[in-house]
Ligand binder design. Structure first.
Ligand code: IMP
Length: 206
C-alpha cells in the first residue's frame, strides 16, 4: 500500500475505526488504524480537556508513524454534576472500571434528581495532525440521563443516555440510527469538510 495519502486513526477500537472510516471515505485517502502499528500501545491521556487529549494522541501517532493522524476524545457532561465526568468519563468509577461500573455510579449519583434536571450531553473532540497543520473540531449531542438502563446495543453510557427529541436510549437504537446523530458522527462530519477543504487547497499530506 502506498504510504502517500494515508491517514492513521489513533484508536485501537475497531468500532470507532469502522464508523470513522465510513464517514471519511470520500476524502480519497487510505484510512488505517493502530492495528497496523502494534508498537504503539495505549497513549496516556494526561490533558485536562477533550481537545488536549485528542491532540496528545494525534501528535504522538504522527510523531511515531510520520503519517497524518486523526484522534478523538469523548466525554459525558452532566449538568447537575457541573459538567462531570467530562474528560474523566472513562475513569468515573475509578481506575479501569467496566462500563457497568460507570453506569451504576452515574445512576447512584443522580438517584434523587428529577427528570427535568437530568440534562446531559456527549461531546467529542477530534484532532488532525500532520507536518503542516493541527486542525480541531467538536461534535455535541444534547440529551438526558435516564433513571434505569435501557437497551442492549452500544457501549459505555449508551443504556442511560436518551438524546433530546428521542424516546430511545442510544443502546436501544441500531448503530445506523445512533451514528446518524451521535456526537462522534457530528464531529467527524465537520472534520470531513475541514479536511476536504484542506486537501483541496493543495496541501500535500506528507
Ligand atoms: P473515549 O474518549 O472514546 O475513550 O470515551 C471516554 C468515555 O466515554 C468511555 O467511558 C466511553 O465508554 C464513553 N463513551 C465514548 N463514546 C461513547 C458513546 O458513543 N456512547 C456511550 N459512551 C461513550
Amino acid at each position: 500500500m502506498s504510504r502517500r495519502k494515508t491517514l492513521v486513526l489513533a484508536t485501537h477500537n475497531i468500532h470507532k475505526q469502522t464508523e470513522m472510516n465510513s464517514i471519511l471515505s470520500d476524502l480519497g485517502v487510505n484510512v488505517i488504524g493502530l492495528d497496523q502499528f502494534p508498537e504503539i500501545k495505549d497513549i496516556a491521556e494526561t490533558g485536562t480537556t477533550l481537545i488536549e487529549n485528542a491532540l496528545i494522541k494525534a501528535r504522538t501517532v504522527h510523531k511515531i508513524t510520520g503519517l497524518p493522524s486523526l484522534a478523538d476524545d469523548t466525554g459525558l457532561e452532566v449538568d447537575v454534576l457541573d459538567g462531570a465526568p467530562g474528560v474523566y468519563s472513562a475513569r468515573f468509577a475509578g481506575e479501569n472500571p467496566t462500563f457497568e461500573d460507570n453506569v451504576n455510579k452515574m445512576l447512584t449519583a443522580l438517584s434523587d434528581i428529577p427528570d427535568d434536571k437530568r440534562t446531559a450531553r456527549f461531546r467529542t473532540a477530534l484532532a488532525f495532525v500532520d507536518s503542516n497543520s493541527e486542525l480541531c473540531e467538536e461534535g455535541v449531542i444534547e440529551g438526558k440521563i435516564t433513571e434505569k438502563p435501557r437497551g442492549e446495543d452500544g457501549f459505555g453510557y449508551d443504556p442511560i443516555f436518551e438524546p433530546a427529541n428521542e424516546t430511545r436510549t442510544f443502546a436501544e437504537m441500531t448503530n445506523e440510527d445512533k451514528n446518524r446523530i451521535s456526537h462522534r458522527a457530528r464531529a467527524l462530519e465537520k472534520m470531513q469538510k475541514t479536511l476536504k477543504h484542506y486537501f483541496e487547497k493543495g496541501v500535500s499530506i506528507d
